[in-house]
Write a protein that binds this ligand. Sequence first.
Ligand code: PEP
Ligand code: CO
Length: 455
Amino acid sequence: MSDWSVESWRSRPALHQPEYADAEAVGTAVAKLRSFPPLVTSWEIERLKGELAEAQQGRRFILQGGDCAESLADCTPDVITNKLKILLQMSLVLVQGARKPITRIGRFAGQYAKPRSSATETRPGPDGRDLTLPSYCGDLINSIEFTPEARRPNPHLMVRCYQHAALTLNFIRSLIDAGFADLHHPEYWELAFCDNAALHEEYHAMVLRLSDSVRFMETIAGQPIDDLTRVEFFTSHEGLHLLYESAGTRNVPRREGYYNLTTHLPWIGDRCRAIDGAHVEFFRGIRNPIGVKLGTSATPDELLALIDRLNPANEPGRLVLIHRMGLASVQRCLPPLLEAVNRNDRRVLWVCDPMHGNTKAANGSGSHPGRKTRDFADILGELDASFDLHAKAGTYLGGVHFELTGDHVTECTGGARGLSEADLAANYRTMCDPRLNYEQSLEMSFLIARRLASA
Ligand code: PEP
Ligand code: CO
């Protein structure tokens, strides 16, 4: 790829990039990033690519999930373990339904940059008059407090976020190595606050069945099954901030090409996938598997051009297409894309993100009018419709992508507990988009598992 370099994206239009005032500070931060050890290795990245290739062939299912925007303040043991716990529990539920291995990919250890629909935000200032400041763009770029200092893009945050991603990943790796994810001990992942009796019971009955099966298999094998003592987690984030992404991209000894070693699976957001834009230019040259989000504006021609640019060799496991159309549009927008990819025999892994097309403003009747929310029924509805549309097209929906948390937040409405818009104020904590809480996530996994079991 002689016309690509780690910096070639700089000659293309780059959307959603911060404008820093101090070029010298940017240079210092980027040099620091370049000098740090990588966060992940090319071996792990290639292993994930292999698993994504299996998922493409219908032999595996992908669970991708985590915060919309990770925050530096939430880099704490409780928040991180709760995220692992919910992803582990969901994957256990899914494996029973899918009867296939599940690959777990966190939206974590680097999900710190956000594209925003508006570059500025206006609120009443300290003197009561309207104050307009830059929007919060994630902890990688600025801070959420509504002051001019906090909202000013700060290049040093790139270094802090990289360090926090390393702290997060170090803790995840240590937990996994210590046996936290041992399938013989699902009680390790118990979360303290599931008050939903029916859901709790269903989960426990399933865990009991699973423990029985494990014991049964080990009795037959006459020895413990080692593979069950540890499961793997991969990391992913939106590769939005190209200075940060390119500073973490390296040529690895004894391997060809360049790897983005800040994460296993970076993805291009729906707003940044312009064929001649800087993001597509940067992504086409890295060896990682890559995701592309596809919203309602994606056309079949655009998609085929993107596939050609990003995966010209039709390499298995390279490209993950994450559709996020919304319940209202999925029937209209998804089939033409499936058909185009099918007709042209392109190898892609299809994943559904039922969150980003279903965001709406809560009604004024709640105590926090205008808060962003999503309804459980819309999320499930888009997933159900997607499974149907893939079945009809003869394609395989190989994974799901959620914004979720292991904590007891009140950001999405609905689910078994029937959270209403009036309940949102109780614990609305997201830094950006509304996430499924612990119970809603677990319930969602049971509903998907049922669907997979009947497929
Ligand atoms: C996201 O995943 O948080 C996001 C911004 O998604 P999209 O690019 O699909 O809007
Ligand atoms: Co989001």
